[in-house]
Design a protein around this ligand. Sequence first.
Ligand code: IVH
Length: 676
Amino acid sequence: MNLSATEEKINQLAEKIHHYNTQYYQHSISEVSDFEFDKLLEELIKLEEEYPQFKRPDSPTLRVGGDISEGFETVTHRYPMLSLSNTYNEEELLEFDERIRKTVDNPVYVCELKFDGVAISLRYENGIFTQGITRGDGTQGDDVTANVRTIRDIPLKLKGKNIPNDFEMRGEVYLSKTQFEILNQEIVTKAKEKGVEEEKLPDLLLKNPRNAASGAIKMKDSAEMAKRKLSCFIYDAYGTPFDSHTSILENLEKWGFVVSDFYRKANGISEVLEFIKEWEQKRLELPYETDGVVIKINDLDKREELGFTSKSPRWAIAYKYKAEEAQSKLESVVYQVGRTGAVTPVANLSPVQLSGTTVRRATLHNEGEIKRLDLHEGDTVFVEKSGEIIPKVTRVVLELREENAKPIVFPSACPECQTELSREEGEAAYYCPNENGCPPQILAKIQHFIHRKAMDIDGIGGKTVELFLKENIIKDVTDLYNLDREKILNLEGFKEKSVDNIFKGVEKSKNQPFKSVLFALGIRHVGASIAEILAEEFYSIDNLMKAKEEDIANVFGIGQRIAESIKLYFSQEKNVEIIEKLKAAGLKFEQAEKKKVVVDGLFSGKSFVVSGTFQNFEREELKEKIKELGGKISSSVSKKLDYLLAGDKAGSSKLEKAEKAGVTVLSEEGFLKMLE
Ligand code: IVH
């Protein structure tokens, strides 16, 4: 083939594949078999590799991914990506309408569903997709073009008439409910193949479609991202020649974008309210998640008149649906004893359907919550579930309470070992102090010990621990390093291979660093990040055991409560015995002493608490970033703290404390500005 014939061939193949893609993804028609399609794609990939000069900027092979980015380039949005202000009830919506009517007579709105995913900005030049940017702080975002190209709903090349030379689209990238299930199923299958135990699976699963989508869009390997099979709805455009939102949506579809079918023009706020009511239940049946309705002024000139506040447009608002709630009956209250001895009341309920699942239990948190609800035996209660949160009892229907119903009284003794419960001053939870003798505490301590973030012992799961305890194969964590192979092989369901895995996992755990070992001990109030701070400060368990309470309390990010708990732990003979045995087994109880370098970074000398979830980062990622720049991470808010970096759902007590202590509360946007 001569060169021009090669170019021609590449063009033909690209056109053909584009056509099949459009038919399949936009019209659900398969004109060729998967096999034939893959053959065409492979042929094109091969030709493009050989003749990269002829690879088209809209080549369908870009969908397969393959580009690996080191990190994403930060780019400034040409049109800022604002967010919407939220309303939760009719009253607030009517107020919005009133504000609008001060500027616009007889406003015409467009109602759209609010898709629950991640916002994306897409640039098209001469009809070709050239850049995809995440929202970031609204002013600047990450260039994730290679990842966006793999999303089939996003056309690489536009078709139709009147396409502007250079314009931008806004939309929501999301993961469908089915695809979410499929991905989680794949995770389960792979984990099982590797011999991961059932109990460890929940830790590995994707939490919800939104998280999965936002994680995927930031993947460094676009081929990996392509496997997630994300989708995208377009809901806005900048730089197009249209004068209303509905005409934008209609034309976008003609150009090849995917627009949700369920938008509707509403003449006045009463029609908006109808739309909201209509979709409250219907939306739950859609194959993707939605969490509200977006209401926008249809006329673009009117939008201009209304303008923006610093954060959001005045011409649009989001109505968020309330978390679903259901009525049920309290059958009983049971008290669960956790790893650290904390006693949590749990309500057993008559089964009730809520957000597509059957709810039988709900948390009651602590004694205070039982009192707040004034909970009585047999009460009719409301339960609520939002997102991935465990269902909770929100209120009691007093009118339905039976006469002479007895109030629920929190027990004074441990329901498992009958030891008298105690409560620390200022704490909500009651504890069973019988740490080394209370069965559920023993079990949970060992389960915590083997956890991924602690000793990470593959091959043993929570159920195995339960069985080993029952069969007297282990009594505490030290026995894990002295297992009897024959005894295990005698148990039902244990074969050579699974026993090998247990021993391999145990052996490998000896490489876990000191911070993980310290966390694995399960000292009350010593979570993974506190363990890391302690390990960095004291280098060895011996130093930590020798340290005075005040020295521990004075370490940045630790404080009195944790220091007391650590001293209490070491004061118990049984705990010291455990440590000695684990040392003898070869676990790492020390780490190299790091030279304290004074980092001259942006955050040198500044301390941060990071709370909540963030749009652009995982929480751990943020902490690393702060440390890289010389800052310190603390887990509690005090007067000494410089910043509370608060994301969505940041702890309300942290926010309150910060306010009282005069600590600066930083939003994600504010933090990104500082980084600039
Ligand atoms: S319009 C100026 N329409 O909700 C902002 N947003 O806080 C215009 N979203 O970040 C946004 N569905 O990611 C719009 N139909 C829809 C939407 C939608 C979901 C997201 C979007 C934005 C957030 C608003």
